[in-house]
Design a protein around this ligand. Structure first.
Ligand SMILES: N[C@@H](CCC[C@H](N)C(=O)O)C(=O)O
Length: 278
């Protein structure tokens, strides 16, 4: 099964039935839907329904697999990448990039024979991301981090100062004594004029080569892991070139920063295939 968004005739009605897969990277989990020719866009409500953990399949986000040439945001990359990762948060909002998602996306492409070889470029809204497959681990060239100054977040009554970091998507990285001491069930409050599109908030502790991190993701809530967030937090912890292990509730990611780029390494697995009911 390749996981298509399809239309089937059921009981005399023309109903949308979606074949899907599920996968995760360090516990950051995704519903994966293949719509290779980009013929069945999903609206915000449909994505939120699929990602609902009680009444849907459940996931932190949704990865739609579309030929780069067939997606308006992918077509400019079509000469350099065959596939576009059409990523959505669990609430149906669009995000530019997803570091765990892109590894799961490549695992899906390979297991469904949509791509071969160990080096696979993927078009995303943040640009092309090259993914190297090395057995259980996948290494992603995430591009450079952009350090955009300081800002603040109110995390359930605690005012924290952090660094605004862009990994293609926005992050506010706050160093704290104990990330476990905070309630991340509600979205942190941040200055709306600095983050007009919202922000992912990371709380971390540790030193240059090893940090522990929790994250509240924009459009999702607290998640077990965030790949772009791990990169943003590691870049702040490293404060220059180096390698940093990032422990998140769902496992370990490794981030290497050079003067030119940031590399994210971690696992990605597929866990289910299924079909929604009409
Ligand atoms: N989990 C992701 C980030 C997903 C997007 C994020 N919620 C946003 O809105 O920017 C990752 O692994 O990077």
């Amino acid at each position: 099964m390749t996981g298509h968004a399809t239309r089937r005739r059921t009981a005399g009605h023309d109903c949308r039935v979606t074949d899907f897969a599920k996968g995760h990277g360090t516990g950051n989990d995704f519903v994966i839907v293949a719509d290779v020719d980009g013929e069945h866009p999903l609206d915000r409500a449909a994505i939120a329904r699929l990602c609902d953990r009680r009444t849907g399949v459940g996931g932190d986000g949704l990865l739609r697999v579309v030929h780069a040439a067939k997606h308006p945001d992918g077509v400019s990359h079509a000469g350099h990448a065959d596939w576009f990762m059409d990523y959505y948060n669990a609430d149906g909002s669009i995000a530019e990039m997803c570091g765990n998602g892109v590894r799961v996306f490549v695992r899906y492409l390979r297991e469904h024979r949509l791509a071969t070889g160990d080096v696979i470029p993927v078009a995303t809204r943040a640009g092309i991301r090259r993914v190297d497959v090395d057995g259980d681990l996948l290494r992603v060239d995430m591009g450079p981090a952009r350090l955009l100054g300081e800002s603040t977040a109110d995390v359930t009554g605690h005012r924290l100062t952090g660094r605004h970091v862009s990994m293609g998507n926005p992050h506010l990285v706050c160093r704290v004594t104990d990330p476990a001491a905070y309630d991340l069930t509600r979205p942190p409050t941040v200055p709306a004029d600095e983050f007009p599109d919202g922000v992912n908030v990371e709380l971390f502790t540790g030193d240059r080569d090893h940090i522990t991190m929790r994250v509240h993701e924009r459009g999702v809530g607290e998640t077990m892991s965030c790949g772009t967030g791990a990169c943003a937090a590691a870049v702040v912890a490293l404060d220059g070139p180096g390698t940093c292990d990032v422990d998140v509730p769902g496992g370990r990611l490794t981030v290497t920063a050079t003067d030119d780029t940031v590399t994210l390494t971690g696992p990605a697995v597929l866990t289910f295939h299924g079909t929604t009911k009409p």
